[in-house]
Design a protein around this ligand. Structure first.
Ligand SMILES: NC(=O)c1ccc[n+]([C@@H]2O[C@H](COP(=O)([O-])OP(=O)(O)OC[C@H]3O[C@@H](n4cnc5c(N)ncnc54)[C@H](O)[C@@H]3O)[C@@H](O)[C@H]2O)c1
Length: 299
């Protein structure tokens, strides 16, 4: 707005008025009128949106109250690969599900698939929010009655974590602390945390078991290990039941073909074996070699 009015006053002073200006006055008046109409239409639409929002705030959502026999699970990162499959399974098993995701990595298409499969009121809601925003997290927990949290949301690429370690400590460690604190404030007593085998580092003895010492060697693994430690330390003196999943390279998809992993092309170089397999299968790279069960590279 400021720059527009600035242009107008500039034209007024820099060009003296002459009879020839009549040619300009007519279209300018028309365009002014058009401008006003567009502004009016925008204001009307905006008013409708605000009224709509206001009414949805006042009517209490079914997700905000506890219901006998219904378990309401918050699935963070539910638009992502593993989170969307977990949400599908929960919904199939009659859980009530809230997905929170900032879509930084995930796929809105996965949420839409779930919404199409479970359109009934009170089954699934999607909240677009960033877990790094404490006000958003507080609002989510205060407006919803969760019984449990499955925390999948994370950036999760080893290679990327070495380039941007702070991003990983913030997104994984700090955001997990925020979720844990919000759960405590709102008395949510069950947490399943999605950690990773990267917390084991390079163990001296194979195979890895739950007794293998956790000595992570990259920021991704370290950030997850710190998040695990916080959760375990907290659970020792609280009545929160916690479970930690440390899985290896997850691969595969919903047998019905409705969901799957959709890695972003820009993360191709960041070292997930699943992405490399897809690239080889689709002919983007000539092939893939796996050596000693650990190393892989393009043939
Ligand atoms: N895929 C694997 O092989 C594997 C292996 C071990 C552990 N994990 C862990 O499992 C979890 C899920 O992994 P994935 O493969 O499904 O990854 P993914 O990238 O497909 O899903 C992660 C989701 O979290 C969301 N997200 C990220 N930061 C967020 C934030 N600040 N606020 C809200 N949403 C945010 C992303 O948008 C994405 O939808 C991660 O915690 C990852 O560390 C994955």
């Amino acid at each position: 707005m400021t720059s527009l009015s600035g242009v107008r006053s500039h034209r007024k002073t820099s060009r003296p008025l002459s009879p020839g200006d009549m040619d300009y006055i007519e279209p300018k008046t028309k365009s002014n009128l058009m401008g006003k109409l567009v502004l009016l239409a925008s204001l009307i639409i905006l008013t409708f949106i605000v009224i709509n929002k206001a009414s949805s705030f006042t009517s209490p959502s079914v997700f905000s109250r506890r219901e006998e026999g219904v378990t309401h699970v918050l699935v963070t990162g539910g638009a992502g690969y593993i989170g969307s499959h977990a949400a599908l399974r929960l919904l199939k098993d009659n859980y009530r599900v809230t997905i929170v995701d900032n879509l930084s990595r995930g796929n809105l298409g996965a949420v839409k698939v779930l919404q199409r499969l479970f359109p009934q009121t009170g089954r699934l809601q999607f909240i677009y929010a960033d877990l790094g925003d404490p006000a958003a997290v507080e609002k989510i927990f205060s407006e919803n009655a969760f019984d449990a949290v499955m925390h999948f949301a994370a950036v999760a690429y080893v290679g990327e974590s070495t380039l941007y370690p702070l991003k990983y400590y913030h997104n994984i460690t700090s955001n997990t602390l925020g979720v844990l604190e919000a759960m405590t404030r709102h008395k949510v007593k069950k947490l399943i945390y999605s950690s990773t085998c990267a917390t084991y580092g390079e163990p001296e003895k194979m195979p890895i078991t739950e007794d293998t010492p956790q000595v992570p060697i990259n920021p991704y693994g370290k950030a997850k290990k710190m998040a695990e430690d916080m959760i375990l330390d907290f659970s020792k003196n609280s009545d929160m039941a916690v479970m930690i999943l440390r899985y290896f390279n997850v691969i595969g998809s919903d047998p019905g073909g409705r969901l799957g992993e959709a890695p972003r092309p820009e993360l191709r170089e960041q070292g997930r074996i699943s992405g490399a397999c897809f690239d080889a299968a689709r002919g983007f790279i000539p092939g893939l070699q796996v050596r000693n069960n650990m190393w892989f590279h393009y043939a």
